[in-house]
Design a protein around this ligand. Structure first.
Ligand code: PLP
Length: 376
């Protein structure tokens, strides 16, 4: 019988080495980003001040803006720094939803679902989590409308057909807001290629620190502030800039690249997990770092605890701020029935190595073998 008491849980932390496979919750800080943060911490000066110290801070702010803007294909003036992805999504919806019919993808993150008006229509997905675009024209209707569709899903890694959705939106005269928080550091993301009107990104999902993010907009799209404050960010987001976080974000944006080796490690994990009885969810169009594995008959929370005791950190469904595991609305929307409560998310960080994949495979196979024997 496997020990799952809280005593064993806490005791295990002293003896087991850690394998961090929860990058979609937050990426490890990249050393280049840490250096940029440390350098910015030594700088005294508010970018809004007119004196020399303020001007130096302003230079760092604007250099950082340019780096992040360049990465995502927008002009620096079309980037609004925010506290993270949640605020960037909320700002977009606050600015663009009034007077428009709002349609939201069924597998959107709570950052979008929570900011969307209660009467928003839902764009359904298929069993792979892909948006059913045939349903979109009717949902958008003929008047002003806004579609919120994520680029890559945080639980499954599924990449949505955003450019196709953008074409439908254009034909209908509707706006498109894209939550690119998970995709930002893991694939090439360009706002014009996607055909998006606005896009949310987040520093800590691309190797930067938590506390910074951005809303990117196509030229000329007006954004009314959610927080007016002192008129920073051209009146689109008030509040003194957290320069260390923004500098760390920019450093991460300069170097973040689609990590070539991660797909190989993910494929190794999926092949081994499948041999142990797992079902891989989320279809073929996925981020290279993400796999969502269902083990039929075994609650996801139980799997997470067993793996944690073995030193492997993964999550069940969406990482929840309360520390509790909520039923996954993403997997439920995919029509997966009981499997929705039996799936864990393995998300490889930018610095994952083969040893991490081997450690996961050993722990997962042992867990699946024991649980299967216990059930027999
Ligand atoms: N959107 C998606 C798809 C996410 O996965 C997350 C965080 O997990 C967010 C938005 C929120 O971003 P942040 O943590 O920067 O507020």
């Amino acid at each position: 019988m496997i020990l799952e008491t809280s005593y064993a849980y806490h005791f295990s932390r002293f003896f087991v080495s850690m394998t961090y496979l929860d990058a979609n919750a937050t990426e490890p800080l990249h050393p280049v980003s840490r250096d940029a943060i440390l350098a910015a911490l030594t700088l005294t000066g508010n970018p809004s001040s007119v004196h020399a110290a303020g001007r130096a801070a302003r230079r760092l702010l604007e250099d950082s803006r340019e780096a992040v803007a360049r990465r995502f294909g927008v002009r620096p003036e079309d980037l609004v720094f925010t506290s993270g992805g949640t605020e960037a999504n909320a700002l977009a919806i606050h600015a663009l939803a009034p007077g428009r019919r709002v349609v939201v993808g069924a597998t959107e993150h709570d950052a979008v679902r929570g900011a969307a008006p209660p009467h928003a229509a839902m764009l359904p997905v298929n069993r792979d989590g892909l948006a059913l675009l045939d349903a979109l024209p009717a949902l958008l209707g003929h008047g002003p409308a806004l579609l919120c569709l994520m680029l890559a899903n945080n639980e499954t890694g599924t990449i949505q057909p955003v450019a196709e959705a953008a074409a439908i939106c254009r034909a209908a005269g509707a706006l498109l807001h894209v939550d690119a928080v998970q995709a930002g550091g893991r694939m090439a993301v360009d706002i014009a290629d996607l055909g998006a009107d606005s896009m949310a990104v987040s520093s800590h999902k691309m190797g930067g620190p938590a506390g910074a993010g951005a809303l990117l907009v196509r030229p000329g799209l007006p954004i009314t502030a959610l927080i007016a404050g002192g008129g920073q960010e051209r009146g689109r987001r008030g509040g003194t800039h957290p320069l260390p976080a923004i500098a760390g974000f920019a450093a991460a944006a300069r170097i973040a690249a689609a990590p070539a080796g991660l797909a190989v490690l993910r494929d190794m994990i999926e092949a081994a997990a499948t041999r142990s009885g797992a079902i891989v969810l989320g279809g073929a169009r996925r981020l290279a770092n993400t796999t969502c594995l269902a083990l039929p008959g075994v609650r996801a929370e139980r799997q997470v605890i067993i793996l944690d005791m073995a030193g492997i950190q993964v999550s069940a469904g969406a990482a929840c701020s309360s520390g509790k595991v909520a039923r996954s609305h993403v997997l439920a929307a995919m029509g997966l029935g009981a499997l929705a409560g039996e799936a864990i998310r393995v998300s490889l960080p930018w610095n994952a190595a083969a040893a991490d994949a081997y450690a996961f495979i050993a722990a997962y196979s042992a867990m699946a073998g024991r649980l299967t024997r216990d059930a027999a």
